[in-house]
Write a new protein. Structure first.
Length: 260
């Protein structure tokens, strides 16, 4: 075979080989593309499923929060209704208290002037009464007057103390008491035993028990009594001090005035 013919044959063979190789490569490309597409689809599906799962979890969380919010809202509504009823009850109670305070204020406006009048009356009574235990009784009235200006003492307590002072004055009329004091006699201050028998008689006896006097309510002065009364007045002093048993006594007592 000629050299030219050999070259032609070799060229033909190489061309055939190249064509076969190109055909094989062309035939393999569709398979590779199909696998890539399937992989992409699977990846997309997985990503979508992940998003769906995430949205599902978020939805469950939102539903839980919603239910919790609804339950809390119901509880708050019940609590608010309860508070509203309490406030309504308290407002009604405050209204009653305000009414009571107004009534108390009105009562005080009437009671306070009355208390001042009672103290003035008591002061005049002590001044005009038989002067037994005069200093103690006068001081008691003065304390009542000072008390009225003391804001630390309630109105009810002031009224109670005034009534107590009146009660003490009432009891003086049904009991006897004896105490030592000074009696002005002939320009001298004589130590004596004073004794009052209720408001019937107010007497004085010298400490040596030799002289005695009685308070004359008409003249509002002390008058000396005769010796016939000394023993009885001595017994009256002992009786008032609890040193003798009750007994009949002859005392200088003024006859009651006849009613006209």
């Amino acid at each position: 075979m000629s050299r030219l013919s050999k070259r032609s044959t070799l060229a033909a063979a190489l061309a055939g080989a190249f064509m076969f190789a190109g055909s094989a490569a062309f035939a393999a490309d569709p398979l590779v593309s199909s696998q890539d597409v399937e992989k992409n689809i699977n990846d997309a599906a997985a990503a979508s499923q992940a998003k769906i799962d995430k949205l599902s979890d978020q939805t469950r969380d939102l539903i839980g929060e919603y239910r919790s919010t609804v339950a809390e809202n119901d509880n708050l509504k019940i609590y608010n209704d309860h508070i509203a009823k309490l406030i309504e009850s308290q407002q009604a109670e405050m209204g009653r208290y305000n009414k009571q305070i107004n009534n108390i204020t009105k009562t005080q406006q009437g009671v306070v002037p009355l208390m001042y009048k009672m103290i003035d009356t008591l002061e005049k009574f002590v001044a005009l009464d038989i002067p037994f235990e005069k200093e103690e009784r006068t001081q008691r009235v003065q304390k009542l007057k000072d008390m009225m200006e003391d804001s630390a003492v309630s109105t009810s307590e002031k009224y109670r103390r005034i009534l107590e002072a009146y009660q003490i004055e009432v009891e003086y009329g049904s009991k006897s008491s004896a105490y030592q004091g000074v009696l002005p006699v002939d320009g001298k201050q004589l130590s004596v035993d004073f004794v009052h028998v209720g408001r019937v008689a107010f007497l004085a006896m010298s400490l040596d028990q030799k002289n005695a006097w009685f308070w004359n309510k008409e003249t509002k002065a002390w008058e000396k009594v005769g010796d016939e009364y000394i023993t009885s007045i001595r017994e009256a002093v002992k009786l008032a001090r609890g040193q003798a048993a009750p007994n009949l006594m002859k005392l200088p007592i003024e006859a009651p005035e006849s009613a006209e």
